[in-house]
Every structure is written in structure tokens, then in C-alpha cells.
Write a protein that binds this ligand. Sequence first.
Ligand SMILES: Nc1ncnc2c1ncn2[C@@H]1O[C@H](COP(=O)(O)OP(=O)(O)OP(=O)(O)O)[C@@H](O)[C@H]1O
Length: 320
Amino acid sequence: MKHLFIVNPAAGKKGSTDDLVHRIEAAFEGRDYEIAYTRKCGDAEHLTRAAAQAGGEIRVYACGGDGTLNEAVNGAAGYEHVAITNVPKGTGNDFLRIFGRGYREGFSNLAALADGPQAALDLMDCNGKLGLGVICAGVDARVAADVHKYKALPLVTGTGAYVLSLVVNVLFKGIARPTTVDMGDVHLDGDTSIICICNGRYYGGGFMPVGEAQPDDGVLDMLVVPKVSRTTFFRLVGKYAKGRYRECPDVIFDHHGDTITFSSPADIVAVVDGEVMIDRAFTVRLSERKVNFFYPPDMFWRESLQTANISKGSILENAR
Ligand SMILES: Nc1ncnc2c1ncn2[C@@H]1O[C@H](COP(=O)(O)OP(=O)(O)OP(=O)(O)O)[C@@H](O)[C@H]1O
């Protein structure tokens, strides 16, 4: 088995690349491994696909944030002899949050990760681009997309850019946009505030719209929020972020299936695992391709197992 580390030097804190490389060298001495570095957008996808096409069992470690992971997903999808994972080195790593408390430490333990189990996960196909975690296409997507613009301004920090983007988009540009949406029996023709499709559970640094979403159940969990007043929006956002959508059936419509389409006379911003796409019509469907994902031996994404892990930890701690 070969191990390929794809390191994004632009992701994460200064000095994190050197630190990671030392940890890889220490953990993989004597094993068949290689370290490759990305230089620009798209490199992680090309490196992963090239490794997959070379043949032979391989584990690919996308070392970066959700963007680097998403590129590895697009390069590895459909190749049964390839498995990928995400070594946290970004600011977000929202997909990994599904593994519960301690996910950062768990996925940083390279020796354990190398021999960890793997599972075939579902993928979302969004106009040809694959996503593993969450796709959004409403005011939340416009906020996320604009954060990059504001970050480039002098004297604006990461949090400052997010607050600025939130204020401009929610208070000044308006929450809703004219959109036609079809998902299952739900047809909406009017203004829409939020469209969200979950295969994973988290996005935007910790929002969890559908807490019961499972990345391997063959189901995409979709939520749509029509036009609401600013007051309702701010009242709703806490419940939306905590997966309490069932408490608001009159303003959050849900569908659990395999396809959603949405279109607008104006450009729609969609964000796929943190990556921005712009178009006037989108189809998001369950892809026929899957991706093998490997993870630490003591972690899993089903709540029951996460709970079991937590209680196992406390039993061990009590025994010490
Ligand atoms: N050498 C490089 N220099 C600049 N940008 C790069 C380089 N290599 C990759 N990239 C780009 O960096 C972008 C950000 O990467 P990534 O999303 O993994 O990190 P992040 O933004 O820190 O984390 P997160 O998205 O989880 O918040 C990706 O879109 C990728 O295309």
C-alpha cells in the first residue's frame, strides 16, 4: 500500500507545513510514502487523479482545509483502489466535524490514520462538480463567497471579513432572491433565502442544518427557506444552525431524496464544500460515483458510536 500526502502550503497557519512534514517523516519511516505540494487551485485534484490512474492500492492524505479535501474527492471519485482522508491544516475542516469531539487530534494522528478503517461515502454532483459535505445556495452562500473579497482589504482580519460580509449581505443587499426550486413534492416559485443540501453535517464553521445526515445512506437531506423578514431570519438562524428545522415547518421546507433543481433569471452563487460556483441553473443529485474515505480507528460519524466513544473515554478515565 502506497501513501501519498498532498500538502497545501497556503492552508493553515504559518509554519504548519514544516511541522506537518516532520510528523509525516517520523510516522512513515520505513513505509512507502510520498509528499507532493500544491501550487495553485486544482493541483490537489490533478495529483490525486494521476495517482489513481497509475494503479495500485493507494491512500491519499489531503493536508489542508475543506477546499483541498474537495479537490481530492473530485480526483479520487469512482476509483475503488483509492481511499482519501483529510489531515486538518486549514481554517475550517468542516467535513471532519461529523466525527465528533476530538476530530482534529484524531485526524492529526498520522500513524493511527494510516491503518484506520475506510468506508465508501456518497457524493453530491452539482452541475458536474462533486461535493462530499454541504452545498448551499442562498444568502449563506453569498456571505461565504464575499468573505474572500473582504479578506483582501487592508486591515481586515478573518473574523472582520466575515462580519463585514454578513452585514453587507443580510442588511444591505437583501436576504432573498427570485428562484424556482423543485425537490420531491416541493415546488417553490418566488423569492428564496436559503437552499442547503447535506451529505455531511457541517458548514460555515459549525452550522449543522441536518444533524441526522449520514454520508453513506444514499440520501441527500435538503432544506429550503423561502423569503422571510429580517426579524424572522434572525429568529430562525439559531434553530437552523442547530438542526432544529422540524420545529419550523412553515418556514423551513425539507426533503430527503436524491435530486434538487433550482434556477433564477439572475446569477446564483452556490458553495460546494467551501468552493464557489456561479450559474443561473443548478441540478444537485446523488452521484453514481462514491469515494472511499479512511478515518481513525476509534472514531465514527454515527451519533450512537460517538456517544459510545465518549462514554468509553470516561470509563477509562474513571478507571485510572
Ligand atoms: N500553493 C498554493 N498557494 C495558494 N493557494 C493554493 C495553493 N495550493 C492550493 N491553493 C488553494 O488554496 C485554497 C484554500 O485551501 P483550503 O480550503 O484547503 O484551506 P483553508 O481555506 O485554509 O481552509 P477551509 O476551506 O477549511 O477554511 C484552495 O482553493 C486551493 O485551490
